[in-house]
Design a binder for this molecule. Sequence first.
Ligand code: HEM
Ligand SMILES: [Ca+2]
Ligand SMILES: [Mn+2]
Length: 343
Amino acid sequence: ALVRRVTCADGSVTSNAACCALFPVIQDLQTNLFDGGECGEEVHESLRLTFHDAIGISPAIASRGQFGGGGADGSIALFEDIETNFHANNGVDEIIDEQRPLIQRHNLTTADFIQLAGAIGVSNCPGAPRLAVFVGRPDATQPAPDLTVPEPFDTVDSILQRFDDAGGFTPAEVVALLGSHTIAAADHVDPSIPGTPFDSTPELFDTQFFIETQLRGTLFPGTGGNQGEVESPLRGELRLQSDSELARDSRTACEWQSFVNNQAKLQSAFAAAFRKMTILGHDESSLIDCSDVVPTPPAPASSAHLPAGLTHNDVEQACASTPFPTLPTDPGPATTVAPVPPS
Ligand code: HEM
Ligand SMILES: [Ca+2]
Ligand SMILES: [Mn+2]
């Protein structure tokens, strides 16, 4: 195929002149939102926001004659007053408010900006794939309906059904999308311990999330009894009920386990599923592919391991057909996971 090359006014090279406008936005994001290129809290929150905006679409609701939402249409920020009151969106107001001044100083739709910020943010995380970036999404004129964003206390049935309705995502694609929880922490599931990560390496886009969610839960990192939380295997680590169940359900367990120590699969499957998610509500042919503006992420900085203090005996085998891979245990005293520092 013919690959076009355009040289922008600032000397950057890309495949389409319409993508030139993104370079100053990327610089602004890195300098003023992502603390100079970190994989920290604002990156994690920006990635979560791409999902909470994009998943706001339901052909099932639309088929009943109501507005089903526009997908990746910026509605979560444009109708912040409405959508951030939806229970599942607890906490996303923070990153919406941090992104707003940047949106105001550039000439992108809010819809495009939210997805761009997620893709650029993830490129700061060692081990991440390069994610797709598209421009040309029109902005929302109506808020998404409530209950389109899955909750951590939802059943596997309901979660798989929601993703299928939103965009025809297969169970395997749902598992791949949950690779996002490798760079993630919860502020609101247990409000007594904000910034509690889902794996021991929230600054690395590695496969530890898929390993650690398969270990037997033995403790609550803070208080017990929170809705959507189950016991985790490590002090300082929080496990969502939904992640726990998806790791153990017969429909998803083997796919979940397949990511253990398979960085290449994590990268390609997450990138493919994200690409599909990022254009929900739009026809790809109406958008411009600007993916070549995304920086190449740093190489993986960790190798798959069992956290110190735990062994293969702590694995709760869930995949019936394939044994859990043999992994080395980190040396030293039992791992305690540090919170993600607030910015
Ligand atoms: C079954 C589907 C999902 C459920 C139930 C779920 C639930 C949650 C919950 C409860 C939190 C913690 C929020 C807080 O208390 O601060 C969270 C965080 C997060 N989620 Fe998900 N999630 C799902 C899928 C996804 C997907 C598809 C993505 C992105 C592609 C994503 C990206 C993130 C990220 C990056 C964070 C961390 C935010 C931060 O550290 O500030 N999640 N998720
Ligand atoms: Ca990680
Ligand atoms: Mn939306």
